[in-house]
Ligand binder design. Structure first.
Ligand code: PLP
Length: 409
């Protein structure tokens, strides 16, 4: 008999969004005449912008000609894209990142899962709570989370983020090795201002911890005092790595392209007291297990940085953020408390009258055919909240508010 990885038997059966999808499908079947509006899953809805479509067409044409055909590409990603990223995402903000420390991939979800292979099995993991479920589940699959108690994993360090602490995580009592921070945050839509992020970088330096910084929503930042990259912070290049994705920035959730920045100054310990560069381990891992993101997609991603590409993706992001603003205003007018929605496309909303988050989810679905995401699905500190996304259309966002207004809460 082949024994399975026993960590998988500790996992709950379904991924949060699969549970929600099943409830929504049952509701649709019971009420086929109702039009369901989903402000639930965090997926974009606007199409790929013209500058990117054109660049991908041209890249397809390249592939059809012997002279410009591309076979296997460099595992780390094409230099044309790594250099465009270094220039526009970092050098333009005064951050010295070398294109050689940038690794192109087909998604941040894979990157945050795969990077764990580089760390010892007994590394202690800290996550903010509520949290993007991928950080927790992928560590649980690797056996680093311990056992599921019914409310939490008993070997993870949780950093609660709630209204009480202004959604700024406190430093843990226990010493973590790896700290996942995602800002602007999914699911709460909240941010860490420069000073708070500096404090976390200082903490990591003092405690010899590594920060895995997920900046998937960096392009949605509208306030000046919010860092776009952790590398804007003094000392971060020794204790942090950063994940970025074209998914939300440029509508690439179905196209697939992301990247990870691992500065050569980040070192980890190896046997016999040696120190090794994390970047070199990742390079070794990627060249063994990954054959690169497609040439066509990388040409598409490169076009995001052209003047037309920038103008077009900014316009789409503005549409989403206009939705976010109107959702926040509308919910507040109804007397609901909400957070986020200013530097991120998520609105984290306190349920009315202390309802449980699944209970509020069910009543929005049943009474208003409206889908949100129950906060408890993101961790125990998410109980009592739901998440709305701004990724719908303006009409859907307005209609959703009208429906909530007609509820008897
Ligand atoms: C959407 C999202 C990503 C992007 O993942 P991809 O695999 O690149 O599509 C990364 N982190 C968070 C927190 C997200 O919400």
């Amino acid at each position: 008999m082949i024994r399975s990885n026993e960590n998988f038997s500790k996992m709950s059966d379904s991924y949060l969004f699969a549970t929600i999808a099943a409830k929504v499908a049952a509701h649709k079947q019971a009420h086929p005449q109702e039009q369901v509006i989903s402000l639930g899953i965090g997926d974009v809805t606007r199409p790929i912008v013209p500058a990117v479509v054109q660049a991908m067409h041209a890249a397809v044409a390249d592939m059809g000609q012997a002279a410009s055909f591309h076979g296997y590409g460099p595992e780390q990603g094409y230099a044309f894209l790594r250099e465009a990223i270094a220039k526009h995402d970092f050098h333009a903000r005064g951050i010295a990142i070398d294109a050689d420390d940038i690794f192109i991939s087909d998604g941040s979800k894979c990157d945050v899962g795969n990077i764990q292979e580089l760390f010892a099995h007994d590394c202690k993991i800290a996550v903010t709570d509520p949290v993007y479920p991928v950080y927790v589940d992928s560590n649980a699959m690797a056996g680093r989370a311990g056992n599921w108690t019914g409310t939490h994993w008993d070997n993870l360090i949780y950093l609660p983020c709630t209204e009480e602490n202004d959604f700024v995580p406190d430093f843990p009592k226990e010493q973590p090795d790896i700290i996942y921070l995602c800002y602007p945050n999914n699911p709460t839509g909240t941010v860490l201002h420069r000073e708070a992020l500096q404090a976390w970088v200082d903490y990591a330096r003092n405690h010899k911890a590594l920060i895995i910084y997920d900046a998937a929503y960096e392009a949605f930042i509208s306030e000046p005092d919010v860092p776009h990259s952790i590398f804007e912070i003094d000392g971060a290049a020794e204790v942090a790595i950063e994940c970025r994705s074209f998914s939300k920035t440029a509508g690439f959730t179905g196209v697939r392209c992301a990247y990870m920045v691992i500065p050569r100054t980040v070192q980890v310990s190896a046997p016999q007291g040696k120190m090794v560069r994390l970047r070199d381990l990742w390079h070794r891992r990627q060249s063994t297990k990954f054959n690169g993101c497609s040439y066509i997609v990388q040409r598409g991603a490169e076009a995001v940085f052209t003047p037309q590409g920038q103008q077009q993706v900014r316009a789409v992001i503005q549409e989403y953020m206009d939705n976010a603003a109107s959702i926040c205003t509308g919910l507040r007018a109804l007397g609901l408390r909400c957070f986020g929605g200013v530097n991120a496309p998520y609105i984290w909303t306190k349920t009315p009258q202390g309802m449980a988050s699944w209970e509020f989810f069910e009543s929005l679905l049943k009474q208003a055919s409206l889908v949100c995401t129950p906060g408890a699905g993101f961790g125990f500190s998410g109980e009592g909240y739901v998440r709305f996304t701004a990724f719908g259309t303006a009409e859907q966002s307005a209609q959703a508010l009208q429906r909530i207004a007609h509820l008897s809460l």
